[in-house]
Design a protein around this ligand. Structure first.
Ligand code: COA
Length: 145
C-alpha cells in the first residue's frame, strides 16, 4: 500500500475535517475550518494520503517559548498499526527541529505508547489543565530536539 506523507495544503482541509469527524464522532472533536486553514498556512500540518484520500494527519504550532505544541495526531482506524502515525511524526520532527510538547488524555493508550516510543518523556500529570471542569487526567509530555 503506497502512502505518501506530505505537508498539508488548504485544499486538504475538507479531507482533514472528514477524518476528524470519523475519529472523534462521539466526542465532537472537529476543528473549526478557519483554525485549520490557519494551522495549515502558518503552522505545521502534515497529511498521510492513500491515493487521494487523507488517512492520517498531525497538527502543530510554534509556541511563544519556541517549542512545538502538537494539537492532534490521528490515523484512520483501517490504516492503523502500519507505521503511518510514526511517519507523520518523523516528518514533523525533521521539518521543525524544535523540542515538542503535547498534552494527552491517559485514555488514549495507543497514543501514550506511541509517544513514548518516539522519545517523549512525562513532564507532569495534569488535572483539569484548561479549567474546563474535566475529570480526565492528562499527561504533559515533552521530546527534546
Ligand atoms: C495514535 C495513533 C495516531 C497511532 O497511529 P498508527 O499509525 O497506528 O501508529 P504506528 O503504526 O506508527 O505505531 C506507532 C507506535 O504507537 C504504539 N501503538 C499504536 N497503536 C497501538 C495499540 N493499539 N496498542 C498499543 N500501542 C500502540 C506502538 O508503540 C507503535 O509502535 P509499534 O507498532 O512498533 O509497537 C492512532 O492509534 C490513532 O489515531 N489513535 C486515535 C486518536 C488518538 O488517540 N490520537 C492522539 C490524541 S490527539
Amino acid at each position: 500500500m503506497k502512502i505518501s506523507i506530505v505537508r498539508a495544503r488548504v485544499s486538504d482541509v475538507d479531507g482533514i475535517l472528514e477524518l476528524q469527524k470519523n475519529i472523534w464522532k462521539d466526542e465532537g472533536g472537529q476543528s473549526n475550518r478557519y483554525d485549520m486553514c490557519d494551522w495549515i498556512v502558518h503552522g505545521y500540518v502534515f497529511v498521510a494520503k492513500h491515493r487521494s484520500k487523507i488517512v492520517g494527519t498531525i497538527t502543530a504550532f510554534r509556541t511563544s517559548r519556541n517549542e512545538l505544541y502538537v494539537t492532534e495526531w490521528i490515523v484512520d482506524k483501517e490504516y492503523r498499526r502500519k507505521g503511518i502515525g510514526s511517519r507523520l511524526y518523523r516528518k514533523l520532527i525533521s521539518a521543525a527541529q524544535l523540542p515538542i510538547l503535547t498534552i494527552l488524555s491517559t485514555d488514549y493508550k495507543e497514543s501514550v505508547a506511541g509517544h513514548s516510543k518516539l522519545g517523549f518523556r512525562l513532564v507532569k500529570r495534569l488535572r483539569n489543565p484548561y479549567g474546563l471542569k474535566e475529570k480526565k487526567e492528562r499527561l504533559l509530555l515533552r521530546r527534546s530536539q
